[in-house]
Write a protein that binds this ligand. Structure first.
Ligand code: IPD
Length: 260
């Protein structure tokens, strides 16, 4: 697969910085951990990886804005481009020596996500997508699953919504368990979306997410032929944290299932 200059930069940067993440994962017992809120942590590795990514990207594309999970927002001199970074999506897994985590990097151009890279350096799975050019996993083109009946599906979700409204969260989870083949809660929203794009699950929903959790993953799903909406069936908005993603035929059935 021929990569554009933009994706080349993104893939090379993520792969380079990920070497440090693999080293840290090997010494996970030495990590410094801080508490951001209920079940919300940041490790010394999140901070180190984030500052390395920012340093590399600033060198390659000076002036671009940056929005990153731990560092927050830096307005660039170039107002049309912004990097959106999650240095470790799945921090809780990482802290527990569970190898299900990734770096997620997206580029926004004039308010639209143009490209995304999601990389798990432990499994060496690299997902990449660029608007109108398709989504790929280690060079293989991705296609979302074609299952059309909710009762035949495997659905992924996360624990984002639990913090906002636990009763609603558990009612939705129970419904999803009862109406599908099953639900998976793996702990990294970016990988949930990438795996959905790869046809490994049939749908994903969550609320309480941040733009850096989903920016690259949403593009991955769209470029693999999927659709993305708000949990209530309205238009998806990166800034409100509520998401449902699946193939277009399943979408109304999942939205209906989540209506409580
Ligand atoms: C978390 C993961 C998790 C989701 C949480 C997120 P982080 O991101 O994406 O799957 O359920 O809501 O906060 O904190 O590991 O970057």
């Amino acid at each position: 697969m021929a990569r554009t200059a933009l994706l080349n930069i993104m893939v090379n940067t993520v792969r380079k910085v990920a070497r440090g993440l693999v080293r840290d994962f090997g010494e996970v017992e030495n990590l410094q951990i801080s508490y951001k809120g209920p079940q919300d942590f940041v490790t010394s590795s999140d901070l180190r990886i984030e500052s390395k990514l920012i340093e590399e990207l600033n060198e390659l594309r000076p002036g671009y804005g940056i929005l990153s999970e731990e560092a927050g927002e830096t307005i660039g001199t170039d107002k049309t481009h912004r990097w959106i970074i999650d240095p470790i999506d799945g921090t809780l897994n990482f802290m527990h020596a569970n190898p299900h985590f990734c770096i997620s990097l997206a580029l926004e151009r004039e308010g639209k996500i143009q490209a995304g890279v999601i990389y798990n350096p432990i499994t060496d799975e690299l997902f990449e997508a660029e608007a109108n050019r398709g989504a790929f996993l280690n060079d293989y083109k991705l296609k979302i699953s074609g299952r059309k009946k909710l009762s035949d599906t495997l659905i992924a979700t996360g624990d984002g919504g639990l913090r906002d409204d636990a009763a609603l969260y558990y009612r939705r989870l129970a419904r999803a368990q009862n109406r599908t083949h099953g639900v998976r809660l793996a702990g990294a929203a970016a990988l949930d979306l990438a795996n959905l794009a790869a046809g490994r699950t049939d749908g994903f929903y969550e609320s309480g997410l941040k733009i850096w959790d989903v920016a690259a993953g949403v593009l991955m799903v769209q470029e693999a032929g999927g659709t993305v909406m708000d949990i209530d069936g309205s238009e998806f908005d990166y800034n409100n944290g509520r998401i449902v993603a699946s193939n277009p035929e399943l979408m109304p059935q999942i939205v209906e299932m989540l209506k409580i």
